[in-house]
Design a protein around this ligand. Structure first.
Ligand SMILES: [Cu+2]
Length: 91
């Protein structure tokens, strides 16, 4: 499993764009997104971290690869910056 912290993933639109970017590399990839914590987990045996990182960058995001053993801090600060789509972390 590859885990990325993507702090500029802020809403459902971003989630879809990120999933699409990963699945463009590997149609069988499973992408779990934890939007409140800005985490993207990719389950794909055919992909490695640099390829996923590059795809997310090309989709317009700033991913940081997180080693599996690292604990990820809880999301800091406010909520979604996208006004057009309802943010999943608003509840
Ligand atoms: Cu967004």
């Amino acid at each position: 499993m590859l885990t990325f912290q993507v702090d500029d993933m802020t809403c459902g639109h971003c989630v879809r764009a990120i999933k699409d970017a990963v699945r463009a590399l590997d149609a069988d990839a499973v992408v779990d997104v934890d939007l409140p914590r800005h985490l993207v987990r990719v389950h794909a045996s055919r992909l490695d971290a640099p390829r996923v990182h590059q795809a997310l960058e090309q989709a317009g995001y700033s991913p940081v690869h997180v080693a599996a053993s690292e604990t990820v801090p809880a999301a800091v600060g406010g909520c979604c910056a996208c006004a057009s789509v309802r943010c999943a972390c608003a509840d």
